[in-house]
Design a protein around this ligand. Structure first.
Ligand SMILES: C[S@@+](CC[C@H](N)C(=O)[O-])C[C@H]1O[C@@H](n2cnc3c(N)ncnc32)[C@H](O)[C@@H]1O
Length: 301
């Protein structure tokens, strides 16, 4: 019987051989030490991080770590793992930047310090847009890595999807993700909706929404590594959303607007959306129960 192509495996130490004689740590030992290092560095998910980094250093899937727990790490693999671990523990670099990738819905996106690491709660924006009418034109404002635009196109091929951002560096990465994934999304550089043609039926946006006074209190992964311009939005965190809504009168075609917001911002954003003519406004909760996306609908004006 033919076996499926084997994943790379690691050298097996003799079962009773003491570690000092073997010289090298086993997978299980390396994970244990890494977990302890990451815990004392203050990382929130030390076990998961350790597994992701070790799997990456070894070039294997995470499940292989359990199967190969008693195998010894080769010196080169150990060195590679220690390098990744140092970036995570000492530098507090997000795992997604270290690995250079992040899963978002069905996609694996390339990410780096040019863009915010896409968050699981943002998947809700995509989910809500799945109900759009066939062939609707959709713009993901502040697309970053392209996460929302690309995931939507992936799941609704009939939609005509665009992504915009003020950051040319972010757009470069979004476009590269689109090409690599073979997803036909168009990209435009714009300050919110300035200069954007009035041709979209729906707008989705995860714009910056962190209040200035809260920004410095965020985790070092965020303040040291993620672009501040992707997160911070004026004294109350609503500067970008307010500016976007102020541009809505020039976008008469838009019938559906969905905005991701921070905890506690839902009421203010819903009121602002009603003020610019969305009559049917509701808040959708994320998996943690937070009112996360405000959706407004209106008849075409
Ligand atoms: C919170 S990040 C979201 C990125 C991506 N949509 C996601 O969910 O992962 C906000 C994005 O909005 C962009 N942005 C900030 N101000 C903007 C503006 N005035 N016009 C367009 N994009 C803006 C940032 O460059 C950043 O990519």
């Amino acid at each position: 019987m033919r076996r499926a192509a084997a994943e790379p495996r690691l050298a097996r130490p003799r079962p009773d051989e003491p570690r000092s004689r073997r010289g090298n740590l086993t997978v299980r030992e390396a994970l244990g030490e890494a977990r302890a290092t990451l815990t004392s560095a203050g990382c929130e998910t030390p076990r998961l991080d350790a597994e992701l980094l070790l799997a990456d250093a070894l070039g294997v899937g995470r499940e292989r770590l359990v199967l190969d727990g008693e195998r010894a790490l080769a010196a080169g693999h150990s060195r590679a793992f220690r390098r990744l671990l140092r970036r995570r523990a000492a530098g507090r670099e997000p795992v997604a930047y270290i690995l250079g990738r992040r899963s978002f819905r069905r996609l694996v996106l390339e990410v780096d310090a040019r863009v915010l690491v896409p968050r699981p709660e943002t998947e809700l924006l995509v989910e809500l847009a799945l109900a759009l009418q066939p062939r609707a034109r959709v713009l993901d404002v502040g697309t970053g890595s392209g996460a929302v635009a690309l995931a939507l196109k992936d799941e609704r091929r009939d939609l005509r999807v665009s992504g915009s951002d003020i950051s040319p560096q972010a757009l470069e990465l979004a476009a590269a993700n689109g090409r690599r994934l073979g997803l036909d999304v168009s990209w435009l550089r714009a300050d919110l909706l300035r200069g954007v043609p009035d041709e979209f039926d729906a707008l989705l946006a995860n714009l910056p929404y962190v209040a200035e006074r809260d920004y410095a209190r965020l985790a070092p992964e965020i303040t040291r590594h993620e672009p501040c311009a992707a997160l911070s939005a004026g004294p109350d965190g609503l500067a970008s959303i307010r500016a976007l809504l102020a541009q809505m009168p020039a976008h008469r075609r838009v019938q559906m607007l969905a905005l991701e917001v921070g905890a506690g911002q839902a009421g203010s954003v819903a009121r602002m959306m009603a003020e610019v003519g969305f009559d049917d406004v509701r808040a959708e909760r994320d998996l943690a129960g937070v009112e996360r996306v405000i959706v407004g609908e209106r008849a075409r004006v």
